[in-house]
Design a protein around this ligand. Structure first.
Ligand SMILES: NC(=O)C1=CN([C@@H]2O[C@H](COP(=O)(O)OP(=O)(O)OC[C@H]3O[C@@H](n4cnc5c(N)ncnc54)[C@H](OP(=O)(O)O)[C@@H]3O)[C@@H](O)[C@H]2O)C=CC1
Ligand SMILES: O=C1Nc2ccccc2C1=O
Length: 315
């Protein structure tokens, strides 16, 4: 299979070229796995999810976003293996599950990220991850056996051992990132956060902080502004603007929303079960928003906030 050439961003400190668009194996896929496990008490491989992830690779995605907590590592590993795409042509991200206080879920790797990395590499039958993240800053003693800084030091060890080529965090605010930066031998290279036109700072000052410290932002929920399921309000201020601008640029609204994220220097991590939509996603690289239109979207987006994840911590 010939893979499409996807633009990249360069990660500080290692110079790694990370594909500027990623495909997620969490969100709807995580929910499906967790619900099944609740019903049946186990989480067997889900053939439909393997198909979705295989289709994503067929559609041209080379950057795949996984996480221990999604319980879809097995599905992603199979999709990667079945694709026949050489390992070095793919970018595989995974995340350490530190446990989730609001779900009362314990970490499946209570001794820390190194345990998670080793288990993940075994599942994937591969030698290294391109990027490994601490999934969230919500550490609680009864759910995981180490502190944030100790977790970071384990990731640094994995980096020195060559098990992970790049290291970072997800859902970190300025205060928790600063704790790591103060103690770090190697500073985080990535922070994956909820980010879109309606949530341009998951937490106060986070986008500027990451830019200042050369920490690449990745955006989950990039499509929130076009999803009625997430915005139960006909009158949200971007609704007519997105429609009008999508017509102007001759793209669909989802492409416009993703392009804005990419053009702001942030890597959209999206997902879909729809093969046509997967292929369509690459249109974000075929046009450019004028500076005026980019800024119009940005300033109108700032007048309205939608957060779908971790409200109990961040609001
Ligand atoms: N670090 C973290 O804490 C988190 C990380 N993530 C990561 O980010 C990934 C993506 O997250 P997610 O929020 O789902 O991403 P998006 O905001 O891209 O939303 C994806 C959803 O949008 C739907 N969709 C796409 N286009 C359209 C359209 N034109 N019309 C209607 N529906 C559409 C898709 O449905 P359809 O299948 O029908 O196309 C899919 O359910 C996750 O899989 C995960 O890897 C997500 C949440 C938290
Ligand atoms: O996609 C995700 N959905 C989640 C829900 C709870 C905790 C983490 C996540 C994800 O990363």
């Amino acid at each position: 299979m010939t893979l499409a050439k996807i633009p990249t961003f360069t990660l500080a400190r290692t110079g790694a070229a990370i594909p500027a668009l990623g495909f997620g194996s969490g969100s709807k896929h995580r929910i499906k796995k967790w619900e099944n496990a609740e019903k049946t008490g186990e989480a067997p491989l889900d053939a439909d999810i393997v198909d979705v992830l295989s289709n994503a690779i067929k559609a041209g995605f080379t950057h795949l976003d996984g996480a221990e907590t999604y319980t879809t590592r097995g599905e992603l590993a199979l999709a990667v293996r079945n694709s026949g795409v050489p390992r070095e042509q793919l970018w595989i991200t995974d995340k350490f599950d530190q446990g989730w206080p609001h779900y009362d879920r314990k970490s499946p790797s209570p001794s820390g990220p190194r345990e998670s990395v080793l288990k993940g590499l075994e599942t994937f039958q591969m030698e290294y991850y391109d990027l490994f993240l601490i999934h969230a800053q919500f550490f609680r003693e009864d759910l995981v056996g180490l502190s944030i800084v100790e977790a970071w030091q384990q990731l640094e060890q994995c980096y020195e051992e060559g098990l992970v080529k790049n290291i970072g965090v997800s859902n970190f605010d300025v205060q928790h990132l600063q704790q790591i930066v103060d103690a770090a031998k190697y500073k985080p290279q990535v922070n994956q956060i909820e980010y879109n036109l309606y949530l341009q700072n998951q937490t106060e000052g986070i986008a500027d902080y990451c830019r200042k410290h050369e920490i690449q932002l990745e955006a989950y929920c990039p499509l929130t502004p076009i999803l009625d399921a997430r915005i139960n309000d006909e009158n949200h201020p971007l609704k007519p603007v997105i429609r009008e601008m999508a017509d102007k640029y001759n793209v669909s609204p989802n492409i416009l929303a993703l392009r804005w994220v990419y053009q702001s220097g942030v890597i959209p991590i999206t997902t879909s079960s729809n093969f046509e939509r997967m292929k369509q996603t690459f249109q974000i690289f075929d046009f450019e928003l004028s500076e005026k239109d980019f800024n119009t979207l940005k300033s109108i987006g700032q007048t309205y906030t939608v957060r779908t994840h971790f409200n109990q911590y961040f609001d």
